[in-house]
Design a protein. Structure first.
Length: 323
């Protein structure tokens, strides 16, 4: 369910943001005569007419998409808005009325000459630039979607990059002194329960869970995953502890290792997952996403090259930007 406070904020979003939704329906002008954009909206799609301007079901759909994004950002559950008037909740009639209000404000702003103000024109140019840049991204993305064959070729040529890295699940015991770390390690080696020792003596993360700090992988593998845009599902050790931990056998307890915080770490490996080659089907979507981004970047690079002779930049003026 969506909380009432979220509905109120959603109405604010509609009121403040829907001018952008109406741009396609605002009257453009030629030298002598205004056009009638209502001709561009089929009769069956019109939800309101203001003079010669038609508000359409598409305007409502765009407004609803904005509200849905806001609801998702508020971590609320989305429910379709009712088409019938509901006095206790946001409904499609409210969306329509907010669009009408926005169009009335826009028309009055133009009638009063606000659209001719320099500051307004600059803001409009900024918004239009961003809007058309997004449309370019969308257009390029549709054109750049690679085929299954392209994805297959990339997989075959880059198999080494599609390996699930080895990872280990560990518990840790952290102490301030080397002497205490060695004493507790000796107790664990002689049969004391590592988890109980961690609960009673550890200063580190996972103390309440018996020193359980989850899964770890090597830093180089974590960096590779980051570069490929893969979700990070494991932690990394500090540099001195990594080679020690990964050299342990199952249930083997490490010697104490001094960490960058000055404390001493003793770890035990409880589970290990060996590295494995990922199947092509597992990574096909990720490959296609990567190839799409590469094609889009290539298209942007081409635009940059074509514009090189007419592009001027003045970075020394950035110091005057108000922040």
């Amino acid at each position: 369910m969506i909380a009432p406070s979220v509905w109120l904020l959603a109405i604010v979003v509609l009121t403040s943001g829907c001018e952008g939704f109406n741009k396609p329906s605002e009257p453009a002008t030629t030298a002598d005569h205004p056009t009638t954009p209502s001709l561009l909206v089929p009769e069956q799609e019109r939800i309101a007419m203001i003079d010669h301007v038609a508000l359409s079901t598409t305007d409502v759909e765009l407004a609803v998409q904005e509200v849905k994004r806001f609801v998702a950002a508020a971590q609320q559950t989305w429910q379709p808005l009712p088409a019938t008037d509901d006095p206790n909740a946001l409904d499609l009639a409210d969306v329509m009325n907010n669009l009408i209000d926005a169009e009335l404000k826009a028309q009055d702003a133009k009638a009063r000459g606000l659209d001719r103000r320099t500051d307004v024109q600059r803001r409009l140019a900024y918004l239009q630039r961003g809007f058309f840049a997004q449309e370019w991204d969308r257009w390029q993305q549709e054109r750049a979607i690679p085929s299954d064959e392209e994805a297959h070729q990339f997989y075959e040529q880059n198999k080494a990059g599609f390996v699930e890295a080895e990872r280990i699940k560990v518990r840790q015991l952290v102490t301030e002194s080397l002497a205490e770390a060695e004493t507790l390690r000796t107790q664990a080696v002689q049969g004391a329960v590592f988890a109980q020792l961690a609960r009673e003596h550890s200063l580190g993360a996972g103390k309440e869970q018996g020193g359980d700090v989850g899964w770890f992988l090597r830093a180089i593998d974590a960096e590779r995953m980051r570069l490929l845009g893969e979700p990070m599902d494991a932690n990394v050790f500090f540099p001195q502890l990594e080679p020690v931990a990964f050299s342990l056998e199952l249930n083997q307890i490490s010697q104490p290792v001094k960490g960058p915080d000055g404390n001493f770490y003793v770890v035990i490996v409880e589970e290990r997952r060996a590295s494995r080659q990922k199947a092509e089907l597992e990574v096909r979507d990720a490959i296609k996403g990567l190839l799409t981004l590469q094609k889009m970047q290539a298209a942007l690079d081409a635009l940059r090259r074509d514009a090189a002779s007419k592009l001027q930049t003045f970075p020394e003026r950035l110091s005057t930007v108000q922040q």
